[in-house]
Ligand binder design. Structure first.
Ligand code: PEP
Ligand code: MG
Length: 582
């Protein structure tokens, strides 16, 4: 028995036999083709490229209805790589000019492209280098005549691999879990594993070499741990833990239709964060009272041209319809920093998180912004829509946006297209400057939503995507807590709703704290909704308020941590709400 540590992607614990997938890399032959054979070699490469592209397109076309929502986009990215002249045109040219064989040129072009990605600072873009390698591997398989689905994947197993392409992952739907050598939390593998809701650990180093096919494994997606060939005692312990986690998940489902009300009768709105319109349906079914954050930029990523007005309108309308009268908060484009469109040139931006992102980007591109505003307004004709503006720092940004909203409305009136004349417009508090000058925003906006992910990043000067400083990323730093609390109190005084839509809203360890600050609107990743609801049902806001107010009085991080622990561990005076719900 031995264990290997990596980065846990979540999904709980799974126990099963290992199915080690073949190594990703191939030994690629390198030879010169005779001058007379150059055209044939180019045709061979083109045929392989066409075969892989066709394979990926057909995979997209035949995705099952229950495929993860990100799946389509991920496979499409790989199909698009095949159109990239830096890969294919350059490879063809190398055959013609230097006379190398097709395998060698495609592998060396992919290596050099992937190296360029790997040198980028941005974690998301670094991962795209792996997409290039995965596409090249498919082309190599096609050249060798062995392209096709992964073999023997019917039996449920824990898949172990150096890396798995998203397209291959889709054919592994019987997976009990994934143990992957490469990747970080923003890797496609991680994104897909999360949406498939199976346990996964990435960044395991040499797991695929150390683990033998058919060996028993325990995979703990929370702790980021793989135990290989566990003994009976360890196995029994993890079987017990696994059973309790599953039982707990099932029990939580009883809360879906229970109103989110605290013990002292305060009504709490638990909303969902979504990235794609298809997720709205799941949000409603899981009991979300609305969409608190629709991150629209995901409609713009991984494509060359931004979606047009009609395409955006259809996407927003789909979410609104799926929510059947519950509010849908659509955030205007938050591009920039780690979320960039294909066409964006990053090479000259030294610090993208402090650069032209979010509202700044939109105001600099009024046509793009107007297109989105018209699409959002049109969607508001189908149900309660709220427009949310990201990363505000001053009133100018609101004034300029309001002028553009007026223009967008005017255009729709000319076209006789329906929209809600009273659509609420709110702003995100994500920068300390906005939290400190929150009165300005409250005067001009209908509601606020606190983006704690960025608020923590900008308050503590910690890049949220940088692993090297991740231990300093502290959501409970006294400065962060005071900014959140100030914003909530200011909203209450002005009689305007304030929500939290960053990751903190979905952290059940923070629920009592936020309730004690007076927060009544939470928006979070769907997977956290019921755990947070249970916390809400067991909380007494009147009792929490004085405790939280004392906690906020301290500027010593250790004292705050101690007070938080006491707050979380305070005994619950009633029996388990799940028993009541059954
Ligand atoms: C946030 O910053 O907390 C937020 C919700 O926005 P995003 O994570 O999309 O930057
Ligand atoms: Mg943000």
């Amino acid at each position: 028995m031995f264990s290997i540590h990596g980065t846990g992607i979540g999904g709980g614990i799974t126990i099963g036999r290992a199915r080690v997938l073949e190594s990703r890399r191939f030994d690629v032959a390198r030879y010169h083709v005779p001058v007379a054979g150059v055209d044939i070699e180019v045709a061979r490469l083109d045929a392989a490229l066409a075969e892989v592209k066709q394979g990926l397109r057909s995979l997209v076309a035949h995705l099952p209805g229950d495929a993860p929502t990100e799946a389509r986009a991920l496979v499409e990215v790989q199909a698009m790589i095949l159109d990239d002249p830096l890969l294919c045109e350059a490879a063809r040219q190398q055959i013609v000019e230097d006379g190398w064989n097709a395998e060698w040129v495609i592998a060396s072009q992919a290596d050099s492209l992937a190296r360029q990605f790997e040198e980028l600072d941005d974690a998301y873009l670094r991962e795209r280098g792996r997409d290039v390698q995965q596409v090249a591997d498919r082309v190599l398989k096609a050249l060798s005549g062995s392209a096709g689905p992964l073999p023997g994947t019917g039996e449920p197993a824990i898949f172990v691999a150096a890396d798995i392409a998203p397209s291959d992952m889709l054919s592994l739907r019987s997976a009990l879990g994934f143990a992957i050598d490469l990747g970080g939390t923003t890797s496609h593998t991680a994104i897909l594993a999360r949406s498939m809701n199976v346990p996964a650990v990435v960044g395991l180093g040499r797991a695929s070499e150390l683990i033998e096919d058919n060996e028993w494994l325990i995979l703990d997606g929370e702790a980021g741990l793989v135990i290989v060939a566990p003994d009976e005692t360890v196995l029994a312990e993890y079987r017990h833990r696994q059973a309790s986690t599953l039982l707990e998940r099932e029990r939580l489902k009883r809360l879906i239709h229970v109103p989110a009300r605290t013990l002292d009768g305060m009504q709490i709105d638990l909303h969902a964060n979504v990235e794609l319109p298809e997720e709205a349906e799941h949000a409603r079914e899981a009991g979300a009272a609305g969409i608190g954050l629709f991150r629209t930029e995901f409609l713009f990523l991984n494509r060359r041209e931004p979606p047009g007005e009609d395409e955006q309108y259809e996407a927003y309308r789909k979410a609104v319809k799926a929510m059947r009268g519950r509010p849908v908060t659509i955030r205007s484009l938050d591009l920039g920093a780690d979320k960039v469109m294909h066409s964006t040139d990053l090479s000259t931006i030294t610090n993208p998180a402090l650069g032209q992102r979010a509202i700044r980007y939109c105001l600099a591109q009024p046509e793009l912004f107007l297109t989105q505003l018209r699409a959002i307004l049109r969607a508001s004709a189908h149900g309660p829509v709220r427009l949310l503006l990201p990363m505000l720092i001053n009133c100018n940004e609101i004034d300029q946006t309001m002028r553009l909203v007026a223009q967008a409305r005017e255009r729709l009136r000319e076209r006789r297209q329906a929209f809600d004349e009273h659509m609420a417009i709110g702003g995100m508090i994500e920068v300390p400057a906005a939290a400190l000058a929150v009165g300005l925003f409250l005067r001009k906006l209908d509601f606020l939503s606190i983006g704690t992910n960025d608020l923590i990043q900008y308050t503590l000067a910690i890049d949220r995507a940088d692993h090297a400083v991740s231990s300093l990323y502290d959501p409970f730093h006294p400065a962060v807590l005071r900014l959140i609390s100030m914003t909530i109190r200011a909203g209450q005084k002005a009689g305007k709703p304030v929500a939290v839509c960053g990751e903190l809203a979905g952290d059940h360890a923070a629920t009592r704290l936020l309730l004690g600050m007076g927060l009544s609107q939470f928006s979070m990743h769907l997977a956290s909704l019921l755990t947070v609801k249970r916390e809400v049902l067991q909380a007494d806001v009147k009792q929490l308020r004085p405790k939280v107010s004392r906690l906020l009085g301290s500027d010593d991080p250790e004292q705050v941590q101690g007070a938080l622990r006491r707050l979380r561990n305070a005994p619950i005076e009633r029996k388990d709400v799940l028993d009541d719900a059954s």
